[in-house]
Design a protein around this ligand. Structure first.
Ligand code: SF4
Length: 160
């Protein structure tokens, strides 16, 4: 089957949109008008959370349909999606990344490691949880959180 024909016949593969997630929209998020640019920062993760973040933006979960879009630079970003416990080597780069973002900006801690260091708590190379290094606005628990939960957290930020 030719590619164009396949595109024409496949149709949508995205999951039906679940109901809008419960929970307050963070106050800063209301200023962003329902559309956010997202920069991912791996501060020391095992890569499990990154795999789920990649899935959250694939055609099935399709976070972009709720107004969240990945960007390559913190200077273009409104939201930092941060994974992993923060290692000693990543503490200062994380601070600088968040400082490079415009205002208003939000930090989303993705995964148990980002929230409380998870499996890596007490490790010699661990500086602390994300909130020990930069202010955190939204938490997504889980090891790793499922893509739908990451999408739900982003929907809380976009309000869509
Ligand atoms: S929360 Fe789990 S999957 Fe995510 S970085 Fe930690 S150990 Fe890996």
């Amino acid at each position: 089957m030719g590619l164009l024909r396949k595109i024409r016949t496949t149709g949508r593969v995205a999951e039906p949109a679940p109901p809008r997630p419960q929970g307050d929209v963070p106050a800063k998020a209301r200023e962003l008008g329902g559309s956010v640019q997202v920069r991912c920062v791996d501060a020391g993760s095992c890569n499990g959370c990154e795999i789920e973040i990649a899935a959250a933006f694939n055609p099935v979960y399709d976070a972009e349909r709720y107004g969240a879009r990945l960007v390559a630079s913190p200077r273009h970003a409104d939201v930092a999606l941060v994974t992993g416990p923060v290692t000693r080597n990543m503490a200062e780069p994380l601070r600088r990344t968040v400082a490079a973002m415009g205002e208003p900006r939000l930090v989303v801690a993705v995964g148990d490691c980002a929230i409380n260091c998870g499996e890596f708590a007490g490790g010699y190379g661990v500086e602390g949880a994300v909130a020990d290094v930069v202010p955190v606005d939204v938490q997504v628990p889980g090891c790793p959180p499922e893509p739908g939960e990451i999408v739900a957290a982003l929907r809380r930020v976009t309000g869509r």
